[in-house]
Design a protein around this ligand. Structure first.
Ligand code: 5AD
Ligand code: GLU
Length: 642
């Protein structure tokens, strides 16, 4: 690739979406080509771009939720007022529909180049080279640079991990229960415990599955109305499902209960479920949940990604729910741009202490699950395992007695089998070594969590064969996908179809042969990597886990690929090797030894050779291919390797 002059480029997203995969790849591509890139991350306001534009040769804005016209309403006005002497690019997925005619409209607003729908990275890079050619590079002043440079600029606050004193919990509870008017019904812990102790127990059904050596198959479902939710649950139950959960809607996840209330009203009036993308737990409150529990009678879990999860946990437990998903890392770094880890750690400390209190006081064991899926996209096992174990440690310090650690299948069967094996074994070892001997450790296999193939036939094939992998891995639970994953929130029927495919896949799995040598090799590697990552975090915190997490993210010793968070360095890059296993293409600042880095580097070199790419500088092309591969259906069959 010819050398470019160090033209300065400002890159960032506008709009509410939290996906930053495309931007991450673009940032990498521009940087390795030799441009000076300042990366703003996602969810920026228009003002921000205009404020910084004078120091840049090119400003690249991306919007992928289809509402670009809305966010850019004031663009022409700004453009008329300020003349920063730079070029303006706009790209992503700018409109909801096909987007005909919109290129011209955005150009008329003042953009120099517009990509209304998906465009491959090489095309963008060619335009950039052409448009900047023969211009003079602008220099970015260091003051501007330090203003935006993420991880360092946003130093996190103090954290604590000691067991939250009961008095503090009591005081904070008062405020938490006031957050919405249904909170007060969860206030009486004795009464909650009385009810909760009579409900089917999530930890107990998991213990039974572990003992029998079988996996619990768990569907995902979430609808606005109680009656509908009960109908879904009973349909799943009739297929033999042993544990259930609901997906919480996005309003509730953002603690916007008023928004959820309006949407529920619309659902009633319209009889339509499309206005809310999940089950609004807080609005239905304790009585609503109890109605579900008595109608369904199966162990229940809350699944979500809520920013402030405290009221949700209170209402869930009071309503009879015996499992609560989420944690300070997994429900922050993959989801939010500007959520300090110190704050999420503080809030989850409350949730864990509350969870532990039900055991301390009433002997009720409740499950806490960690979403090792993270951003879902090309996550290496060692990173998922390390974050899950750290979150589990934070929980047991507060008295939690049952944890579930999750992994999202990536599609390389030996690596997926090894990941499930190591996540359970290492969690048990670490907890044991740290003196937590009476904690039940469960494992969760999430069927493929990144963008799904569009063709229904391919999606079904993926789900079925993924279930074979899951059956071989024998986790405590399997979280099910449905054939409509690429398009929409699944209906009850879609879910029943997914469930049946998975049950069939699991049933035949024992006839399938395992490549035991490959699994063993992957497991050894994963264990070494995860141990080194884990040790580095403990060291960063001087023995204190909570402090270690904050420090490690700020140093880049923990770094989640494709994360939108400004508390995450975003230097780590991942891609598949020739066989399809996920490897580190760039370690960023992760603390791992030379041999491990060498191994990954060799794997990436082999892969580049296969793809006809010459140097590491072209890694972004690999990453782009890998990110889109499954959604585009560019693979022979699932899994990618056996
Ligand atoms: N009903 C069913 N499935 C849902 N998911 C998210 N919300 C719902 C819902 N309301 C599923 C998505 C995705 C996973 C994270 O959860 O389809 O697969
Ligand atoms: N962690 C939740 C789950 O696994 C929610 C995932 C999401 O919606 O992003 O069901």
């Amino acid at each position: 690739m010819p050398k470019v002059k160090p033209y300065s480029i400002l890159l960032g997203g506008i709009g509410g979406d939290s996906h930053s995969v495309g931007l991450t790849i673009l940032r990498q591509a521009l940087g390795t080509t030799g441009y000076e890139v300042l990366y703003l991350g996602i969810q920026n306001r228009l003002e921000k771009f205009f404020e910084l534009a004078p120091w840049f040769n090119l400003v690249m804005m991306s919007c992928i939720d289809g509402h670009a016209a809305h966010y850019l309403h004031d663009f022409p006005e700004y453009r008329a007022q300020v003349s920063p002497g730079c070029l303006w690019y706009l790209g992503g997925n700018l409109t909801i529909g096909e987007g005909f005619g919109w290129e011209r409209r955005f150009r008329e607003m003042g953009f120099d180049r517009v990509f209304v729908k998906f465009v491959d990275i090489e095309t963008v890079m060619e335009w950039v080279a052409k448009d900047l050619h023969q211009k003079d590079p602008k220099i970015i002043p260091s003051a501007v640079r330090s203003m935006i440079n993420p991880a360092q600029a946003y130093l996190d606050g103090p954290v604590s991990e000691s067991k939250l004193p009961e008095d503090d919990l009591k005081k904070t509870r008062g405020e938490v229960l006031q957050q919405w008017n249904t909170g007060i019904a969860a206030a009486d812990l004795d009464a909650n415990a009385e009810y909760l102790s009579k409900q089917p127990s999530f930890p107990a059904v998991q213990a039974m599955a572990k003992q029998k050596g079988i996996s619990i198959v768990q569907p995902r479902s979430g609808v606005p109305l109680l009656s509908e939710q009960i109908e879904h649950f009973n349909a799943f139950k009739s297929l033999g499902v042993q544990a259930l959960s609901y997906q919480v809607d996005s309003f509730t996840r953002n603690n916007n209960y008023r928004g959820a209330a309006e949407a529920i009203k619309e659902s009633w009036q319209g009889g339509s479920t499309a206005v809310l993308n999940g089950f609004p737990v807080i609005n239905h409150g304790v009585p609503g949940l109890r109605q579900i529990m008595s109608a369904v009678g199966l162990p229940m879990q809350t699944r979500h990604s809520t920013r402030d999860p405290r009221l949700l946990a209170e209402v869930s437990y009071a309503g009879g729910v015996t499992a609560f998903e989420g944690g300070a890392i997994c429900y922050n770094i993959p989801y939010y741009k500007d959520y300090p880890l110190s704050e999420s750690i503080g809030r989850w400390r409350y949730v864990d202490r509350l969870t532990g209190l039900y055991h301390d006081r009433y002997g009720i064991v409740l499950d806490r699950e960690y979403f090792g899926v993270l951003t879902g996209t090309l996550i290496p096992p060692s990173l998922a395992i390390t974050t899950c174990i750290l979150e589990a440690l934070l929980a047991v310090q507060q008295g939690v007695k049952c944890v579930s650690l999750g992994w999202a299948e990536q599609g390389h069967r030996p690596q997926d089998l090894a990941a499930i094996k190591v996540i359970g074994e290492m969690a048990e070892d670490v907890l044991d070594n740290m003196g937590y001997k009476d904690v039940q450790v469960n494992t969760v296999f999430n069927q493929y969590m990144a963008a799904f193939p569009q063709l229904p036939q391919m999606a079904e094939d993926l789900i079925y064969n993924s279930a074979v992998t899951a059956g071989l891995a024998c986790p405590t639970r399997i979280l099910v996908k449905t054939p409509v994953e690429a398009y929409k929130v699944p209906t009850m029927r879609d879910n029943l179809q997914g469930l049946m495919l998975v049950m069939q896949g699991v049933n035949v799995s024992q006839e399938e042969e395992i490549n035991a040598k490959a699994v063993e090799a992957e497991a050894l590697l994963i264990r070494q990597e995860a141990q080194q990552l884990f040790d580095s975090v403990i060291m960063a915190g001087g023995g204190n886990v909570a402090k270690g997490i904050v420090e490690a993210f700020s140093k880049g010793w923990l770094d989640v690929p494709f994360s939108p968070s400004m508390y995450n360095r975003g230097e780590v890059l991942t891609a598949r090797d020739r066989e399809g296993a996920v490897r580190y293409a760039n370690f960023g600042s992760l603390q791992m030894d030379k041999d491990i880095k060498q191994f990954h580097s060799e794997k990436m070199t082999e892969r580049r050779k296969l793809e006809g790419l010459k140097s590491e500088k072209e890694n972004y092309l690999l990453i782009e291919r890998d990110v889109l591969q499954i959604a585009r259906g560019q693979y022979e069959g699932w899994p990618l390797a056996k």
